[in-house]
Design a protein around this ligand. Structure first.
Ligand code: C2E
Ligand code: MG
Ligand code: MG
Length: 673
């Protein structure tokens, strides 16, 4: 049955009950034998309906009122019809004063009336109804009857609420019931349980009513505390969104539901891009507001059955039930991304952030919630690596990293200590005279079980931790030692080392470089340090200081991957660098794509005009080589010349080629092509 069909069925049943009650019973004697107690309970019931305890489940979720105790007391003390009408009317009045939608108010009123009706039915079936009302001394039998009635009210109310929740969230009824019954028992159940005490007191003397107020306040308060504690345990305090624990629960139930019905589900993980910059530059309170605004935006944009959670920091998770094909989920994630990228208006200005989204689908990418989340994480990380966007998990090489970023990071620490990180060297050759002038040191991780892991899969990760410094340190020392050895062998090669953003922000870094050079006794001119535009832009002032000191030291500085970053030409002019390395995304396709050829030509001209040397990376064929030679590029690097290789192999090939024709191996490669 659909949600609305169910809602209107309950409303119709409630209305039917109300009509039946009004038509068949004599309403003149509404108060029953205890008018004072009746009116006291009726008034308290109404007051409490007007001030329910809010229980923030989903954005406008459930709530608890202490009114059940009085409603049940009314049922035990006065004619059933009156109790049912009172409860229904109080609920309706309460909901309408709180401006809830009419359908919801009607549904709630019907639901409580029907539940109370079930209690009344239990009392009528058991032969104690009249004795209770007539106020005879309570016996074990009466008490048992009251307990049965309370249980009937509790169960029918729980089932009616659960059904609507399950239909709204599209979750299985049974798991919803299991999830909510505990909370209901600690609130409604407790309130129902004290109703007989109210009855006993009221039958004896109304003087004790103030004590009832204290008791019901205590119960009301403990219900409130229980609910807020439960809410806190399962929600993020800043955004009010479900936390990781609740998300995992929901994902587990969504998957078991999808399994049973043969449907698909998706887990999307999102990490904000550039959020750290907002925190650092604008302050944490602005960062917090951004998270709140985005959390609200996301949760308002998904269906009622979907879940948006904050997993911590700037990471959010979205669970989509009952989804279509890959393309549909990709499109959904894309619209979430657009939503995230809209400016957040905070205080008097607006802040913009981006997001990297990773998608994993059930059953395609995993059948357990944990596997799906991990795979979404891998996909999200791939998106992050590519500078943002939406990526769906693919069962490709990154599979190996599926066992989680965190465990990989902790293993990386061990890997550094155990010398599992190795360096390959890729030759760089001058175009004019085909001479190998140097090599770029490229890091790989020889993982004992996962095999060879490329740098892209762990370096960006490490840059978010304190491991970036030790890694550069390690590479620098190893590369310099290697370079010194080449020189001892008579090979005059320079060595290039890639830097991380953290190095450029570390004012002690130039000193560390000087020391490392001194240790191996190399002239600084043989060391080339590669930076990217973006690492400089993260903190231009500090980077500038560090770069100037490095240049003064006599080290060669190169901008790597040029053309893919965000620096302006003005920045380029001011940067103390000697070399521009044109990114392989332009060089690799320049032979077939005139647009890319134009970009390469423009970069070369720009570099020449600024008096910088040029390196083209990603040269994969003779055609590209020739084009670059015509354009006056200085140095090339790429698979056409040589792949990154072990230091020993590089020397071997160099020696062989020099013996062969006086040219380096590059020459033979060129003629062969
Ligand atoms: P990069 O510095 O731009 O390095 C060049 C990358 O292009 C290398 O990938 C290299 O194998 C690849 N490459 C070279 N020639 C060709 C070609 O002709 N065609 C194609 N398709 N690719 C080519 P690798 O070794 O996977 O390194 C990727 C990136 O990882 C590097 O890009 C660099 O940014 C980073 N990296 C590598 N080693 C280190 C390191 O020790 N420290 C830091 N901070 N980053 C490193
Ligand atoms: Mg490089
Ligand atoms: Mg590069």
């Amino acid at each position: 049955m659909g949600l609305w069909a169910y809602v209107w069925t309950v409303i119709a049943a409630g209305a039917g009950l109300a009509a039946w009650v009004v038509l068949t019973e004599d309403l003149r004697s509404i108060a029953g034998p205890y008018p004072a107690a009746f009116w006291t309970f009726a008034v308290l019931l109404t007051l409490l309906e007007l001030r329910p305890v809010k229980w923030l489940r989903r954005q406008d979720g459930g709530e608890v009122t202490a009114s059940w105790a009085y409603a049940c007391a009314l049922l035990l003390l006065s004619p059933s019809n009156v109790a049912i009408l009172c409860m229904g009317a109080a609920s309706l009045l309460g909901d309408l004063t709180q401006r809830k939608p009419l359908s919801r108010a009607l549904f709630n009123a019907s639901q409580v009336s029907l539940s109370l009706g079930c209690g009344a039915l239990a009392l009528t079936v058991l032969p104690y109804r009249e004795t209770l009302i007539s106020g005879e001394i309570l016996t074990v039998g009466y008490v048992a009857a009251m307990i049965v009635a309370g249980a009937a009210i509790f169960l029918s109310n729980s089932v009616l609420t659960c059904l609507v929740l399950a239909l709204y969230e599209q979750t299985p009824v049974w798991s919803t019931l299991r999830r909510t019954i505990g909370v209901n028992a600690s609130t409604d159940g407790m309130l129902l349980a004290i109703a007989p005490i109210f009855v006993a007191i009221a039958q004896r003397s109304l003087v004790l009513v103030p004590l009832l107020l204290v008791t019901s306040y205590a119960v009301y308060n403990s219900a409130r505390l229980a609910l807020s504690r439960q809410h806190e345990a399962l929600h993020d305090a800043l955004t009010g969104l479900p936390n990781r624990r609740l998300f995992d629960d929901q994902a587990a139930s969504a998957l078991s539901d999808a399994r049973r019905r043969g449907r698909r589900a998706a887990v999307i993980l999102m990490d904000l891009d550039g959020f750290k910059g907002i925190n650092d530059r604008l302050g944490h309170h602005i960062g917090d507001r951004v998270l709140q605004v985005l959390g609200k935006r996301l949760s308002e944009s998904v269906r009622g059955s979907d879940v948006v959670a904050r997993l911590g920091g700037d990471e959010f998770a979205i669970l989509l039930r009952n989804v279509g094909d890959d393309a549909a989920v990709h499109a959904a994630a894309n619209s979430l991304r657009q939503l995230v990228e809209q400016p957040c208006h905070i205080e008097s200005f607006s802040v913009t952030v981006g997001g990297s989204f990773g998608i994993a689908l059930y059953p395609d990418h995993g059948s357990e919630p944990q596997a799906l989340t991990q795979h979404a994480d891998v996909a999200m990380y791939t998106a992050k690596h590519a500078g943002g966007g939406v990526v769906t998990y693919r069962n490709h090489t990154r599979d190996r990293l599926g066992h989680g970023r965190l465990s990989l990071l902790s293993e990386l620490r061990r890997g550094i200590d155990h010398h599992e990180l190795i360096l390959n060297y890729q030759p760089k050759v001058t175009l004019a005279d085909r001479k190998v002038v140097g090599a770029e040191a490229l890091l790989r991780w020889e993982h004992p079980t996962l095999g060879l892991i490329p740098p892209g899969d762990f370096i960006q990760l490490a840059e978010h931790t304190d491991l970036a410094g030790p890694i550069t340190d390690y590479v620098l020392h190893k590369a310099l030692a290697q370079c010194a050895q080449w020189h001892r062998q008579g090979l005059e090669l320079s060595v290039a080392v890639n830097l991380s953003a953290g190095n450029l922000h570390d004012l002690r870094f130039p000193k560390a470089v000087a020391q490392a050079l001194e240790e191996v006794g190399l002239d600084p001119a043989w060391l080339e340090l590669e930076i990217t535009e973006n690492t400089v832009m993260a903190d231009p002032t500090r980077s500038m200081t560090v770069l100037s000191e490095l240049r003064d030291l006599g080290v060669t500085l190169a901008i790597d991957d040029f053309g893919t970053g965000y620096s302006s030409l003005a920045n380029l002019r001011d940067l103390p660098v000697h070399v521009i390395k044109i990114d392989r995304s332009f060089v690799g396709t320049m032979a077939t794509n005139t647009g890319d050829a134009t970009i390469v030509r423009s970069i070369l001209e720009l570099a020449h005009n600024l008096g910088m040397r040029t390196v083209a990376e990603g040269v994969e064929n003779a055609e590209t080589w020739r084009m670059l030679a015509d354009l006056g590029c200085h140095v090339v690097q790429g698979y056409f010349i040589g792949r990154p290789m072990a230091a020993g192999d590089l020397v071997e090939r160099l020696t062989v080629m020099q013996q062969a024709d006086g040219f380096e191996f590059v020459a033979r490669r060129t003629t062969a092509a």
